[in-house]
Ligand binder design. Structure first.
Ligand code: F6P
Length: 362
């Protein structure tokens, strides 16, 4: 089959690097074959994730539309984490037939879906029903399997690291414990990487159950050796008293309705009570998904985008582009979404952090 027309869709939470990937897919598809006299592919942007396929909101993307967006955060196509074609809206209606009808009417030969766990799960279901899809893993959480890194993770870590850097001076001046709560859902990738990069004294991640006594011991130990402040970096997915996730809100129509946030306030008041050291909280929130992509994410996006077009041309549908040991490769989407990718407790990064005295609360 000659591939003439492809669609691009960005689903789930946005992140820096998405526009760089849209640019890479669109430019590679348009420029491919053009030099030999024939036309390149036509590219259709689907707006607001799967919502655009459900409601038929699309626009043609030409070179001029994707020019100048390499460094731009967010996604020019818009996104949504509420538009699941198999359970749409609060009534959870199956609108997958409409999605297939719109896909056919658009005369698309393939679709490139950029997304995290939720978007790729939906992509997988659509593939089972015959839709020709190729995936690009993106999420600041880095929790998609079968790839070393997802697009957007490095940029989120950069924002978080800068915040930790900036907190140091005020923590030290006021002799406080400063807790920086970071995103990441049920995994601790962002907190671990930013925590190590920012020199966090204590790092809490969901993968390592903590004991409040250990945290307090560390705060007191530091005070005794003249370090009258402590920086604690923690993931939003850390459980309170090792049992319960702290839920900020529920978004009913979302593939995963749970929105985490606020566990740091509970832990802060325990620390204050048990140590007597004033403890303050900063929840960085959506700032981590903002701003320009880092150079790493721009390069990753460009390589992922080019590889996605290669997969489309080779008709390797059901595959997701992936970074493995520095190589850009591909894996079945199914293998990437089978399990959430958690931080490996034997990882050299945890070992190195422990080596420099970082306390994980265990
Ligand atoms: O999955 C990305 C992410 O930013 C998570 O880290 C966070 O828990 C969640 O999305 C927040 O979602 P929303 O934008 O719906 O608040």
């Amino acid at each position: 089959m000659k591939i003439k027309r492809i669609g691009i869709l960005t689903g789930g939470g946005d992140c820096p690097g998405l526009n760089a990937a849209i640019r890479a897919v669109a430019k590679t598809a348009i420029f491919r074959h053009q030099s030999r006299g024939s036309c390149g592919m036509e590219v259709i942007g689907i707006e607001d994730g799967y919502e655009g396929l459900i409601k038929n909101k699309t626009r043609r993307l030409e070179t001029k539309d994707v020019s100048g967006i390499l460094t731009l955060g967010g996604t020019i196509l818009g996104t949504s984490n509420r538009a699941n074609p198999f359970a749409y809206g609060e009534e959870k209606k199956d609108v997958s037939k409409e999605v297939f009808r719109n896909f056919r009417n658009l005369k698309l030969d393939a679709l490139v879906c950029m997304g995290g766990d939720g978007t790729l799960h939906i992509a997988h279901e659509l593939i089972q029903l015959g839709m020709p899809i190729v995936g690009i893993p993106k999420t600041i959480d880095n929790d998609v399997g079968a790839t070393d890194f997802t697009l957007g993770f490095d940029s989120a870590v950069a924002v978080a690291t800068e915040a930790i850097d900036n907190i140091h001076s005020t923590a030290e001046s006021h002799h406080r414990v400063m807790i920086i709560e970071l995103m990441g859902r049920y995994t601790g990738w962002v907190a671990l990487h930013a925590g190590v990069a920012g020199g966090g004294d204590i790092i809490l991640i969901p993968e390592i159950p903590y004991k409040i006594e250990k945290i307090c011991e560390e705060v007191k130990r530091r005070s005794k050796i003249g370090k009258r402040f402590s920086i604690m970096v923690m993931a939003e997915g850390v459980k309170f008293k090792d049992k319960k996730l702290v839920v900020k809100r529920k978004v009913k129509a979302s593939t995963d309705p749970i929105r985490l946030g606020g566990v740091s306030y509970k832990i802060a008041s325990q620390i204050e009570k048990l140590t007597g050291v004033e403890t303050r909280v900063i929840i960085l929130g959506h700032l981590q998904r903002g701003g320009k992509p880092t150079d790493f994410d721009r390069i990753l996006a460009t390589q992922f985008g080019k590889k996605a077009v290669d997969l489309v041309l080779a008709e390797k549908f059901g595959e997701m582009v992936s970074l493995q040991c520095g190589e850009i490769t591909s894996v079945p989407i199914e293998s990437a979404i089978r399990n959430l990718k958690k931080v490996n407790l034997d990882s050299p990064l945890i070992e190195a952090a422990r080596g420099v005295g970082t306390c994980f609360g265990d």
